[in-house]
Design a protein around this ligand. Structure first.
Ligand code: GUN
Length: 295
């Protein structure tokens, strides 16, 4: 008898589309009350192809929910002082509810300095220390888009989390660290017992095999293999990588940090790449921008 897959997909496109209907209604209400749409600006420095694709999809998503959006592009040669001046200008622009500066920035620009320069009230990425501190304390804030999107995805599909052991692989400021905090908070979803694993973790597979919920945010293509996952686990793949593939018209295919074909048959739920976390990240950015416009 052929194997029958028993896993269910955490479909970020479907979940995101459902949320975007509500966001569009919120945008219409803002327009009626304030006389203008919510307005997001995105700053892109340099000409990295992947960053441009991400920023363009953020701008396109704004149009789909009735937001105004502005894409500001500057050459890779832009100085740190010039970018800080632009950030100052955007902080003071009354026609703008929120903005993001797409990362990574060229090496000669200090990302921390730029993040600190953004007005926390307009920091719809949720990267400013004030927003991160407020998140840790459970105070109203802008949540970082990727972990917030994953929480929305778990909520939408009613995945039980309370009391579960969540293993987050990766400790970046924008995904792994906030993911651990959100999963451990006294909320629903939440109330997980969290382990953060990283490049110095010994015997990673023995840790990931203990996970009821495994969030892979490593940044290495297909690193999480079938033998690293417990039967019945919930797996959320945050990675997105272009792998050369001559059989595709584009010349590449997209894979995540998880080796899907090996891992999915062991899962109860899995968020695939593409179509899992990616659309939810953008939806979270829209939610934060709507929140900014409602303030
Ligand atoms: N680079 C990768 N992810 C993100 C994100 O969520 N926001 C910004 N500004 N840059 C990124």
């Amino acid at each position: 008898m052929a194997d029958v897959a028993t896993y269910q997909l955490l479909d970020g496109k479907r979940c995101g589309d459902a949320l975007r209907v509500e966001i569009a209604a919120g945008a219409a209400e803002v327009k009626a009350v304030r006389g203008r749409e919510p307005h997001l600006a995105a700053v892109l420095i340099g000409d990295d192809g992947a960053s441009r694709t991400y920023v363009e999809s953020k701008v396109k998503a704004c149009e789909s929910v009735g937001f105004r959006s502005t894409l500001i592009t500057r050459p890779a040669s832009t100085s740190e002082a010039e970018l800080l001046a632009l950030v100052g200008q955007l902080n003071n622009d009354a026609e703008l509810d929120g903005f993001i500066v797409q990362l990574p920035l060229p090496e000669h620009i200090d990302e921390e300095k730029v993040t600190l320069a953004i007005d926390p009230a307009k920091d719809v990425d949720g990267f400013h220390p004030e927003n991160i501190g407020r998140m840790v304390l459970g105070l109203p804030c802008y949540l970082p888009a990727t972990p917030a999107g994953i929480m929305e995805l778990l909520k939408h599909y009613g995945v039980p989390t309370a009391g579960k052991h969540a293993v987050v692989v990766g400790r970046s400021h924008i995904v792994g660290t906030p993911m651990g905090i959100l999963l451990s908070r006294n909320t629903d979803p939440g109330n997980c017992t969290v382990t953060i694993a990283h490049s110095r973790t010994r015997d990673l597979a023995s840790i990931t095999r203990q996970a009821d919920i495994l969030v892979a945010a490593v940044g290495r293509p297909e690193m999480i293999t079938g033998d690293m996952v417990k039967e019945g686990a919930v797996v959320v793949d945050v990675g997105i990588h272009r792998i050369p593939d001559a059989s595709k018209k584009s010349g590449f295919r997209l894979v995540g940090d998880v080796k899907f074909d090996e891992v999915a048959p062991k899962c109860s739920w899995i968020a695939p790449v593409p179509g899992g976390v990616g659309p939810m990240t953008i939806t979270s950015l829209l939610l934060n921008t709507l929140k900014a416009a409602q303030r």
